[in-house]
Unconditional design. Structure first.
Lengths: 255, 255, 255, 255
């Protein structure tokens, strides 16, 4: 059984492609932004990635049928650039699998004239803000200069974990330009407002127009669900902390 | 050493075979139902699966001899359909091994004219019920329609973990029809009553008659043992929760 | 890098060999018994097993030099049977590695006319006993009958974890006779008395004479060290419990 | 994707090379000493090791660009011996990966006429000392004798975990001389003073002169940062304890 398998639904021809990653993470910022962009662009699903590195489970859909856990790739044809969106409900369960999946995604991109990557996420500050900033990190100084013009804040320090980080790190030896956009967020709530901030800047960069109404609605719906989901959020927070601890601790594994 | 090894005891010829999975899970519902069906049908053991993914232990049997931890396959020849039962005391210890084992079981089924899969489990509600319903999830809408006629409740939401879920998820690309039947159960007790409810519906679907007396007795015996086993049950519950947490948390591993 | 590597120091010719495993476990019973037998027989080290599955560490020896963590094989030439002793300070760290190491040991035995295996351990009862019994489990009923004559108690129920269990379980398909001898022990103390009980019976079976004085001394020395080691013992106990929990829980991983 | 990849920046010709490992560990002693030596010698980075065994993350640098987690190799050309420094912010996350990485480093050394290894670390005593001693462990008695002359304390007992230990253990079969120098340290603080003690002796052995002013400053800077980092240190301490427990416990995994 292959550890990572990509099933092609359609084989589109894409040019000057920009890959945008919106997998779950802090505040679900990246996932909310990515899913909304997919909905508004009416992007088309063309590939599914399943993996033994994802949780061993199926989700039950509204019609009673099941879906194996996966990541999904959508495409959208633009004027200057075509877009691939990488979306999903999960990331790889183990540190090693994070590398394998990110590497596989970049291999996948080779067939689609990949020019640039944007990975979307949240930057947890522990504070509530009403006008979330968007922080950035990039694979080159040129990219930093280019993107600072959009009001993205670049500052040193900290780390980016998982797909949002590795897709950048593994792009460097492949000489692919890649940027991580991180919406300022509390860290313990699902933050559609932060996702909107990220999307406002991303769409300006991409030169596409996206109606934010649904995202605003989602934000409200989400808040209604927050009570129900509060336990999940707490679990989420602890998980992030624990993972962070794991990473912080292990360097000191030794004397 | 092979990670998964299937040792054939007998090589029966089976036709239009239905595979039924009854491995341990919530409330032990699937295992109780599967084991009882095996006993009543006097199904014949014909294969054993051992694996480095199962716990590294032997159990001590009543005669003082040991048995390596395994999964066992039994067959029963019916009028219209032959049946394979997949039973055991354990599932794969790691997420990845769950995939490998489920995949291997489906490969195994290829040699036996496999037509359909039923995976059996419990749906934990946290509430005590005296008339447990049977919930379902299936690989196609046709199956959902067909099985709703038996009073199985199909509704969206939630997930199915481990073999009961993956055997469905991995059946989809193989174009095998597969259904999970889940008995409504508290989640923290070993629930033979829920197993009986699952079996009542399953035997109706299969067109076989099975005496439930022994299962009822088992339920009583089991309850006698509950005090002794309460610690184990608690452990079980925590494990399920922890595993669920693990799965819930890991998607958010990242920002 | 090989996951398991056996380095030969000497290549003895052995006949009708009996392999005795004395790796650490509950009460350190098996290790105490095995180490003492090695000392008294003046058995000769002839092979070392190192593995990526063992802890990533070296121990510092009295002369200031280091030794990579390993398992060691010793031989002793007897009248009727030659003996191989498998000793060490650690077992494989992961469930899977337990399988790989046990399998490799049995492969290793092939070159030495292996006739029978004895694995040594403790059976934790949670109670202090002054006349510890020796419990057994074996790969065949014949063996059970043969060994009951020595006063070994065979009774069903329970499980044997790790090397002591897997060496039995993996011996069955290889048609090697194997027995586990378990000294009754509290479970939370290092129990040289229990080790002595095991060794009394084992030496009778083997037809060798072994002076127990040093083992008795060790028992006293050990007790002197118990204060110092109490934390370790507690850790040990928790580990055994946790491992047991892990094994107990995982079967229920799923619904 | 390769599990361990070494990217060559430059291919220096080195002779009679001494490899010095300064990866993070107890008190960060080894890392502080290694980094300072690199800075003072103005050693040149010539290779980077990236690995799926390292944390799945990138760090954000001061200019807003990212760097994939790695280990770095620096060289310095001396009169008698050339030096390679192995530095980094992390060690392998799993026990097995510790073996693979150490083995790969030793393979790497083959191309550089490797004559001796020094691994640097801390020895946690739980006590504050103002004149930290330097403890040693070596691969041969000759080395012990040679190094005792420098005031290094060799005494038996204890273990050396991770790269500092495995680089020694895996050097033995390769017949490479290797020594671990451990600065006496509390264990719960970042200890530049202990690093200085290690470096005083190491530079004497190497016959190089190194200005310690910057290290002393770092010690003060570090102490200023200690409040900020206290949580991290605590995490570090717990991690070391937990890892130690893991290693201590697992031997007793079994009965």
């Amino acid at each position: 059984m292959e550890e990572i398998k990509i099933n092609m639904i359609e084989r589109p021809e894409l040019k000057k492609t920009i890959l945008i990653e919106g997998l779950p993470g802090i505040g679900l910022v990246g996932k909310l932004a990515g899913d909304h962009l997919k909905d508004e662009l009416k992007a088309v699903k063309f590939a599914e990635l399943t993996s033994t590195y994802l949780p061993p489970q199926v989700s039950i859909q509204d019609d009673g049928t099941v879906k194996l856990v996966n990541m999904e790739m959508y495409y959208w044809k633009g004027k200057e650039n075509d877009i691939i969106l990488l979306l999903g409900d999960f990331q790889g369960l183990t540190p090693e699998s994070q590398y394998y999946i990110a590497d596989r995604i970049l291999d996948f991109g080779k067939d689609y004239d990949l020019r640039r990557l944007y990975t979307l996420g949240g930057l947890g500050t522990g504070a509530i803000t009403h006008t979330p900033r968007v922080f950035g990190a990039a694979t080159s100084k040129n990219l930093v200069s280019e993107l600072e013009e959009y009001g993205i804040v670049f500052k040193g320090g900290g780390a980016i974990f998982g797909a949002s980080g590795l897709l950048l790190g593994l792009s460097i030896p492949r000489k692919i330009e890649a940027v991580c956009l991180m919406g300022e967020t509390h860290g313990q709530i699902i933050d559609a407002k932060s996702a909107e901030a990220v999307l406002q800047i991303l769409t300006k960069i991409l030169g596409v127009e996206v109606n934010m109404n649904e995202l605003k609605k989602k934000a409200r719906q989400t808040e209604d669900q927050i009570n129900k989901m509060s336990q999940m959020i707490d679990t989420h927070r602890k998980s992030v902390e624990r993972q962070q601890e794991l990473l912080d601790e292990n360097p000191f594994y030794i004397r």
